[in-house]
Design a protein around this ligand. Structure first.
Ligand code: SAM
Length: 272
């Protein structure tokens, strides 16, 4: 039995491909690629010659079983997607699951991911965040998805295609409000990389005269924490976050007490 490697590939800049990723792709017996034509360009650039099989949304089940049996028979496989980390809004999740079920060791060769790259330069709080992926194309499912995060306090990360950006901004503004801040991260690591740190109101106006082009990640500020919605447990969790950032327990309890309706003593007691 051999190994499944989950290998991250660049999200736009080939220089981001790591020496270890090149070494592993050279080493494995075959590569399971989302689109073999896209991966062939990457392999050619780095002079890698390797057998490839396609592994994408519509052949996951049947190809997955085939990959597992090849690995169980002694071959090693690297799974890659067109760009970024496999398994993150990309094929791979199912393969990792079935390999793990079959007792196959799964190793990661980390590379860039648009979500984390965008979060890092968003200028929004990064200590707690949620990854929301793409909103559905169905109006009903989009609305349901957005409703589930209406009161989300953590920073939220969404992927979006350029032709849907304007509708998405409108839909999000209805749920999050026009004043909510967001960072619109475009074409990361590419020539036209750009970050618009703005509000929904300004963004909607901006895109009336600037046609969206390229790839986008939307990083949306979490909902403000309102005292009325906070439970004591929420307040204690906030204090724990401050402690994790280096605050003393008494100071954390005091700070959170100031922002909420709970007393310093109550928060402190729970923390202890
Ligand atoms: N697995 C990939 C990752 O880890 O980044 C994401 C794949 S998902 C199918 C593609 C989406 O990621 C795009 O529609 C866009 O939202 C985002 N994306 C990928 N590359 C990007 C880039 N260079 N700049 C901004 N967003 C990007």
């Amino acid at each position: 039995m051999s190994i499944l490697y989950v290998v991250g590939t660049p999200i736009g800049n080939l220089e981001d491909f790591s020496p270890r990723a090149i070494e592993i792709l050279n080493q494995v017996d075959f590569i399971a690629a989302e689109d073999t034509r896209v991966t062939l360009k990457l392999l050619n650039h780095f002079g890698i010659k390797k057998q490839m099989i396609s592994y994408y949304e519509h052949n996951l089940r049947q190809r997955g079983e085939m990959i597992v049996s090849r690995i169980l028979a002694g071959e090693s496989c690297a799974v890659v997607s067109d760009a970024g980390m496999p398994c993150i809004s990309d094929p791979g999740e199912d393969l990792v699951y079935i390999c793990a079920q079959a007792g196959i060791p799964v190793r990661v060769v980390p590379g860039p991911s648009a979500a984390i790259s965008a979060l890092a330069i968003s200028g929004l709080p990064t200590s707690r965040f949620t990854f929301e992926g793409f909103l559905s194309t169905s109006k009903r499912n989009r609305t349901d998805h957005l409703e589930t995060v209406r009161h989300e306090h953590r920073t939220m990360i969404f992927y979006e295609a350029p032709h849907k950006l304007c509708n998405t901004l409108e839909d999000m503004a209805k749920v999050f409000g026009l004043e909510r801040r967001l960072s619109i991260c475009r074409e990361l690591t590419k020539i036209y990389e750009e970050v618009l740190r703005t509000t929904f109101e300004e963004a909607i106006i901006y895109y009336q005269t600037h046609k969206p082009k390229g790839e986008y990640v939307l990083v949306v500020q979490g909902a403000p924490i309102q005292e009325t919605k906070l439970t004591l447990e929420d307040a204690v969790n906030l204090a724990k976050q401050l402690i994790a950032q280096g605050e003393k327990t008494t100071d954390a309890a005091k700070k959170v007490a100031k922002q909420t309706s709970f007393s310093k003593a109550d928060i402190y007691k729970q923390l202890m």
